[in-house]
Design a protein. Structure first.
Length: 444
């Protein structure tokens, strides 16, 4: 039976999947616009520090006021409406809620929310992939301890890459590489929230209409989000990080099989089994035709001459040797696709991607010369960006993880384009995020 039919059956039997959402920004609003169209799912409550903004976003997503006017969670459960709360604690402690969706985008706060949900016996779908890159394997172990499910959010690229990798492996193929696309030029590394919209290709009016957060979108552009998502993919699939960071090779979709093969086979990979990001811009900065900028892909290899001949007979687009083939989805729809995670976790009791091991890490790179006493502003801001490294290298060199950089103070000067270490900053040691991260580092 399909997931959709099972959702309809849950609706017909009044056996709803009861959900709580923490954070109604862009991702949460996108999901809100879809969940009202899905049978078998009831958003019992949403928690957001800015209640008026939350209600405004629900209205923007097409919700009528009576849909989110429940005064208490009890009222919401009785009426089928949604209760809007400021405090997440009541939400995670409500025993009749099955799944918490964490989509604040703040990794330190997200870890608190996720652990609280685990302790209350809730499954968690995390759209805050920043938390996953920071300490995902440790969170996954905590979920197992509490007997609950911890899942990546489908619609975000990491979960979709995990799906493609799983498909390839279940079919019997060796996965050579997997990842996502991006629009990349080296100068984007120093982009700030003040420069994002021209680089991104949106007007100020379009950004305002969509209530887009310039800091968040700048993290997409400056290499931070590609590194975060590639790290999450690596830790969930067992694929490795490039030794010196993402390479962003330029190419169309049809050129990916040529690029994503080992160097000794004419490609640019240092070996088999890596994550990478394909650049949709050519060397002149122009968009490449039939690009994968907003999509995901997996490159696999035929096992023998018979399979290579099958590729040829069925007119599969391969590299020039006929051995390497790339499957892909050209688009991802972010929160509009989250129903896949809710249905999988709620019905099949299966995550749509989860960290398994600590293979890759996101290190912190200075966007400009940083001075003693400056306070870092974290992902997508004016001071730092992120890039991927193998975790055995990052931990050995005491590199500062990008997920811990918001609000920390510089203890010494650092030159632009340098990787920061823990020794460069003053940091609070008592947060759950810091403690989990340190426990993860000790596993290396």
């Amino acid at each position: 039976m399909s997931l959709f039919n099972q959702l309809k059956a849950r609706s017909d039997n009044n056996d709803l999947i009861r959900v709580g959402i923490i954070g109604v920004g862009k991702f949460g609003t996108m999901f809100a616009s879809q969940v009202v169209r899905l049978p078998g799912i009831h958003v019992v409550g949403v928690a957001d520090l800015n209640i008026q903004s939350c209600k405004s976003n629900l209205k923007l997503a097409g919700w009528k006021p009576e849909m989110y006017d429940a005064k208490t969670l009890d009222n919401a459960l009785e009426s089928g409406a949604t209760c809007v709360l400021e405090n997440f604690v009541s939400l995670v402690n409500e025993p009749r809620i099955d799944i918490i969706i964490e989509c604040t985008g703040n990794p330190v706060k997200a870890v608190d929310h996720i652990l609280a949900a685990f302790e209350s016996g809730k499954h968690v779908i995390s759209a805050t992939v920043e938390a996953d890159a920071l300490c995902g394997p440790a969170l996954a172990r905590k979920a197992i301890e509490f007997g609950v499910i911890y899942s990546m959010a489908y619609g975000d690229q990491p979960a979709m890459v995990c799906e493609l990798v799983d498909w390839a492996r279940v079919c019997g193929f060796d996965v050579i590489a997997a990842g996502r696309g991006h629009k990349w030029r080296s100068e984007y590394r120093s982009s700030t929230p003040d420069t994002i919209w021209d680089y991104w290709g949106l007007t100020e009016e379009q950004a305002k209409r969509g209530r887009l957060n310039p800091k968040m979108f700048n993290s997409f552009l400056d290499g931070t989000k590609p590194a975060i998502e590639s790290s999450a993919i690596s830790n969930a699939t067992g694929l490795l990080a490039p030794s010196n960071g993402l390479n962003y090779p330029s190419g169309s979709i049809d050129q990916i099989p040529m690029l994503m093969r080992p160097i000794n086979d004419g490609g640019m990979l240092e070996g088999s089994g890596f994550v990478e990001v394909i650049n949709s811009l050519d060397e002149n900065g122009d968009m490449i035709d039939y690009d994968i900028r907003k999509g995901v892909w997996v490159t696999l290899k035929s096992a023998n001459d018979y399979q290579r001949n099958c590729f040829e007979e069925y007119k599969v687009q391969t590299d020039d040797s006929g051995k390497y083939f790339t499957s892909y989805k050209r688009w991802h729809l972010i929160g509009l696709e989250l129903g896949m995670s809710v249905a999988n976790v709620g019905i099949r009791k299966e995550a749509t991607g989860v960290a398994k091991e600590f293979l890759s890490d996101v290190v912190t790179i200075a966007k400009r010369d940083l001075q003693v006493g400056e306070v870092l502003d974290g992902e997508g801001g004016y001071t730092v960006s992120g890039d991927i490294r193998p975790s055995n290298i990052s931990v050995k060199k005491n590199y500062l993880p990008l997920g811990l950089t918001a609000g920390v103070k510089m203890l010494r000067d650092v030159k632009a384009n340098s990787i920061l270490s823990y020794d460069d900053i003053s940091i609070e040691h008592q947060t759950n995020a810091y403690k989990l991260r340190k426990s993860l580092e000790q596993s290396i």
